[in-house]
Ligand binder design. Structure first.
Ligand code: DG2
Length: 247
């Protein structure tokens, strides 16, 4: 049986400001750094010893992994990074205030953009200050493959090849795996793992900095639901994510 741990990065500077972030590369807030440390301590306390770590190519996930691994005494672990674990690209909403967007477009449209499975926000213009076209970290991706917007279905589509081609082989090699990523890229992975329907995934929110543990069977399917290593803290934090944009 293999152990898989999913960790959303600690609170980012734009999470604090209530801005849609997506592929914009913001760093952790001081609280986020503390959450990352606590995340590492929770791994240690639970006796979880991953053999390999996977992160997105965004600073908030990379720094969370580093801080958590240091706290767990595992800074030496091999780490693999991929844009396929990046946050969902939030299109033209990137850099916009969530509460203002909700007030301007109404609750229904706001929640469609944020949580529907297949409605992407409007695409971002290539010359927008928050566009990723020309960002050197995606230089191996043809420009037309750099997303201008994504819905969760798009994230499932670009994340799953990474799950099958990079993460499952690590699990198959007998290593426990830690994945440090984002609210929506992890929602996409949890949807796949737990077989959550397109409609029900709207109700799933992932808190920052609290490790979510799965025990997997021989086919790399969870034997039960994911368990947060600090269930009480997770409950409150999930509520806070669900309520973002309500001011
Ligand atoms: C948040 C998620 O992503 O926002 O892009 O704003 O996990 O990288 O902080 P993260 C963003 P919501 O979909 O929860 O509004």
């Amino acid at each position: 049986m293999a152990t898989l741990v999913l960790l959303r990065h600690g609170e980012s500077e734009w999470n604090v400001k209530g801005l849609f972030t997506g592929w914009v590369d913001v760093t952790l807030s001081p609280t986020g750094e503390e959450e990352a440390r606590r995340g590492g301590e929770l791994l240690l306390e639970a006796g979880i010893r991953p053999g390999v770590v996977h992160t997105s190519v965004l600073t908030r996930a990379i720094r969370t992994a580093n801080i958590a691994l240091e706290a767990a005494g595992l800074l030496w672990l091999p780490v693999k990074r991929s844009w396929r674990l990046n946050e969902r690209h939030y299109g033209a909403l990137q850099g916009k205030d969530k509460a203002q967007t909700r007030a301007e477009f109404g609750d229904e449209q706001f929640m469609l953009w944020r949580r529907s499975y297949d409605v992407p926000p409007p695409p971002i213009a290539d010359d927008d200050e928050y566009s990723q076209v020309g960002d050197g970290r995606y230089s191996l991706l043809p420009s037309e493959l750099v997303p201008r917007t994504e819905c969760l279905k798009d994230v499932v589509g670009r994340m799953l090849p990474y799950w099958y081609d990079e993460i499952v082989p690590d699990l198959a090699a007998g290593r426990d795996v830690l994945v440090v990523a984002h609210g929506n890229s992890l929602r996409a992975l949890v949807k796949h793992l737990e077989g959550i329907s397109d409609a029900d995934i709207a109700g799933l929110n992932i808190p920052t900095g609290i490790p979510l543990r799965y025990e997997l069977d021989a086919d790399f399917r969870p034997v039960g639901k994911g368990e947060y290593l600090d269930p009480e803290a997770a409950k409150a934090a999930i509520e806070a994510v669900a309520n973002q944009g309500k001011k």
